[in-house]
Design a protein around this ligand. Sequence first.
Ligand code: GLA
Ligand code: ZN
Length: 695
Amino acid sequence: MTSEKKWKPVIPGFDHMLHGGDYNPDQWLHEPGVIAEDFRLMPKAGYNIVSLGIFAWSSLEPEEGRYTFEWLDDIMDRVAKTGMKAALATPSGAKPVWMSEKYPEIRRVTPTGEGMYLLREPTGFRHNHCFTSPVYREKVAAINGRLAERYAKHPALGLWHLSNEYGGECHCSFCHEAFRAWLKRKYGTLDALNLAWWGGFWSHTITDWSQIQATDWSVDAMKVDWRRFVSYQTTDFMRHEIAAVRKFTPHVPVTTNMMNTYHRLDYSVLADHVDVIANDSYPNYGAAEDLWRQASWISFNHDVERGLRHGQPFIQMECSPSATNWGKFTPLKRPGVHRLEALAAVAHGAEGVMYFQWRKGSGGFEKNHGAVVDHVGHENTRVFSDVAEVGDILKKLQPVRGSTVTSEVAIIHDWNARWALEYSAGPGAGAAPGDRDCCYVSGSHYRSFWKRGVNVDIVRQDEDLSGYRLVIAPMLYLVNAGMAARLRAFVENGGTLVTTFLSAVVDDNNQCYRGGWPGAGLREVFGIWAEEIDNLEEKDKQSIKMRAGNKLGLKGAFKAHTYCDLIHAEGAEVLANYGDQFYKDTPAVTVNRFGKGQAIYIGTKTDEDFLDSFYGVVAAKLGIRPAVSGKIPEGVLVRTRTDGKSTWTFVLNFRKTSQTVMLGKGRRLDMITGKPAGARLRLPGYGSAVLAAPA
Ligand code: GLA
Ligand code: ZN
């Protein structure tokens, strides 16, 4: 549990909640009047930080080696004069056209067809540079170093915003060479590599390192290694960027903006090398009656970000002040929703809220994307007032800064497990995309706690589990030896562990555990053997029936589908049996006492009704309670942050209609209105409140 950890100060150099965001004056240099207006308006919006120069490389180095920093000098001076800070970007997210044309090697190579043909991308777009190219690394180090040297002592420099949304992969010869070198370091010998990759399959034994083809999808263990390599290489590129700025600015913290649960990069690898996590969040909050399902998914993502650095609060680096422009539909945020979204981020550990973007550009692909300042050009707009209101609220929430979220429940989220299943043919290939990704399956378990107002940590596979009461590992397909040992110790020492079908199926090399599933020694922990798995089509019938007098006291029958493990109880007590198919009346859900704890196995995919009843009982038995006393109405999120002394309770209504929450006894102050809060809190539709309970 993260309660022991103290994170103050969270972002060195910042003593307030951040409010601001992407600012692109480089696109307005021909209109100085607009820039002057920006600096008149930013304080009115409650801005205290701007992310500067993210895609400004062509304005900083219009020709090779000719640097034009004068405009940035002016902007940095104005930022400082306005009392703000800059999250100054390294511009590697978009390479200048001249560079891309002169040095084609910096452009990414992508596989086409079944990965057999490789194609060098044309110049254009963004986020498409090679992470290995020596030329690109040299150019990036040069511009980063010059920026850092020039602004090292500038009072506006507060934070480095490294690149933008690192992502994707490259298959050029440099990258493939780097992959082979990484493999050599990992395996040492070709014998070890062939063993790990099950080399005899389809005659794929590798007899020379040069034979390794990263795009061969039939080598499923290699695919997982490729993803690990891409995470490593992207991090290596990021560290190269960091080294260039650290040389001149060792005192300035670094971050990079992540994309939630983006499944192509293991963010835990990047997370260890930044000073603070930053995230971009674009919920699809439209005209629907009820936004809470979407909100619960966004909560899950926030909790993932906080977990990446073991509970350290993070920065909400981007969100839209209004609509996005890339969705199929671009609904506006309803009144109250912007504040609701911002407070939800803070509730999960954000130390401020920042936007993409400050001002809509007159041209370019993102000219219709939500911004604080619209094309109309002034502050008398609905969106501007919504943003200014959040700016005011963040000032009032100043005491929350440095506190974190403490949880008794943890859900394991592991990229290796996601990739291993994705690259294994077999059960679930025809399932709805989310049903084959443990991340989304975890989301459905998570939702039960969201509804209940219980804090949850989403933790990395290498996290220390010892402080939790309940650990949930849904569909944890790949379990390595370290994780297996931690799970076992957790139960032995009194913890409650819940897992599901398709867990502990493969090892770190994506090779199936032998000797009966769940593997890695967990068969003994769960007291079962899952002999086979029946992967049903949507039309196939299945259900589970709770056994009379079961230990959890659950009653009735629930629908089940997609995956059904055929289970032998080997010491475990059966909680529910299947209701259909040839294995009717055999175990579907089991619980096993192991050491001082218990291990529960849910062998089939159920709907939320089962998970809600199940976790309701489990949480009650373990004494896991929300921060408020009354039943929480559907659509309301209750979350707490604490610094070990004071507690702040966020109560957020994601329904269009007014709802009432019974808070229970205790002295509480409404931080937004400044008035004492009673035992009963009535929130209007999309209403939100933050209540402080002093030490
Ligand atoms: C991403 C990018 C931004 C911008 C926004 C638009 O998060 O980082 O540059 O393109 O999306 O939603
Ligand atoms: Zn490359």
